[in-house]
Design a protein around this ligand. Structure first.
Ligand code: KG4
Ligand code: ZN
Length: 341
């Protein structure tokens, strides 16, 4: 772009959503996400199929993102892509596509950490006010962080086993719900009462653990369906409400503790589970009680999307942190903590 504005084309293919966004600086001009439905029948993401579907969809999604944004190739100032963490085959499709575009258009390539991008989704429609507490709750990760000025991230704690989204999905499977079960549990829980008290893991500090909840639901269902084969279908709403309440309370207890300890009232929730209506409601209540300033992105920026990749890439573009030609995708990619970029 000529007038000092920067146009970024961002690509996200870390798991099972093919997403391309176009941003002018921090403003999202388009954000097109194609969710792969092929995995529903298998009850989880099949990595090989996910890679193939990304390859099939990527040009169509990219064309649409450019058309909606009314941007042409020669307007683009940088290509951003998710470098990791994620499924290796899926990441490779996005990274190879991004490398090809950056090379042929002769514009820089920016590799972005998917989890950091989830955190920066808070600042798509809101100005950053650091320090910002951020709870990132996705299918693969549960992280509690403080985002500080100049891109410094302090990781307070994370899950030691299943992530919150994974817990929703695995428990949903036990309840016979289709994948991904998070949104299904959310819907069913609205008509239920949380009358089953499942135990909460007592984890030190800001660590999380959700695999114990999954096991206790498994044993509870086994015991009760042995006595009554209709137990699940007759009590599905209350079961969903109980599981959801357990997860929401566990997440919020740590959030409250961290907000008090670090005296931060700028609170943000990111990642797919932040779409959960029970979590949103609980956070709203806490915000009113505790005078929190809460940011929860709109749903299309909560679940995997390329707009958040572009938003974080804009920061990288400003300080010239570009990927080398030999940048490789990383299935595991640590968050760079306490380090100025
Ligand atoms: O952030 P995301 O789209 O992908 C990852 O990076 O993992 O998160 C996907 C996760 C899935 O586990 C899905 O079940 C969960 O987010 N999820 C929800 C809701 N919508 C999506 N969990 C609970 N309630 C929802 N409404
Ligand atoms: Zn994600």
């Amino acid at each position: 772009m000529k007038n000092g504005d920067k146009i970024i084309l961002a690509i996200e293919t870390s798991c099972d959503d093919t997403s391309v966004a176009v941003l002018r600086n921090t403003c999202v001009l388009s954000n097109i996400t194609y969710a792969q439905i092929i995995h529903k029948q298998f009850g989880g993401v099949v990595p090989e199929s996910a890679s193939r579907k990304h390859l099939e969809a990527i040009i169509t999604v990219c064309r649409e993102a450019l058309a909606v944004a009314n941007v042409r190739f020669n307007d683009i100032d940088a290509i951003a892509v998710t470098q990791g963490p994620g499924l290796m085959g899926s990441l490779m499709v996005g990274v190879a596509f991004a490398k090809g575009l950056s090379f042929s258009l002769e514009v820089p390539l920016i590799g972005v950490n998917h989890l950091e991008a989830h955190m920066w989704s808070l600042f798509i429609d809101n100005l950053p006010r650091f320090p910002q507490m951020c709870l990132t709750v996705s299918g693969g990760h549960t992280l509690l962080c403080i985002l500080k000025a100049d891109g410094i991230i302090q990781l307070l704690g994370q899950t030691q086993d299943d992530a919150a989204g994974e817990a929703f999905d695995k428990i949903g499977k036990l309840l016979g719900l289709p994948y991904p079960a998070g949104p299904e549990i959310d819907k069913l829980a609205r008509k239920g009462t949380p009358r089953y008290a499942f135990p909460k893991a007592k984890m030190p500090g800001y660590q999380f653990s959700f695999s114990g909840l999954k096991t206790s639901v498994l044993y509870f269902l086994r015991e009760n369906t042995a006595k009554d084969s209709n137990f699940i279908s007759d009590n599905i709403h209350d079961l969903c409400a109980s599981v959801q309440q357990n997860i929401v309370e566990t997440l919020c207890e740590k959030l409250v503790k961290a907000s008090e300890e670090f005296n931060i009232k700028e609170i943000g929730i990111a990642g797919g589970v932040s779409a959960n209506s029970g979590l949103r409601l609980h956070i709203e209540r806490l915000a009113a009680e505790r005078n929190w300033n809460v940011i929860i992105p709109k749903i299309s920026y909560c679940t995997d999307n390329a707009a958040m990749i572009g938003r974080l890439a804009f920061e990288r573009l400003l300080n010239g942190s570009f990927a080398p030609d030999d940048m490789m995708p990383m299935a595991r990619m640590p968050i760079i903590q306490n380090q100025q970029r």
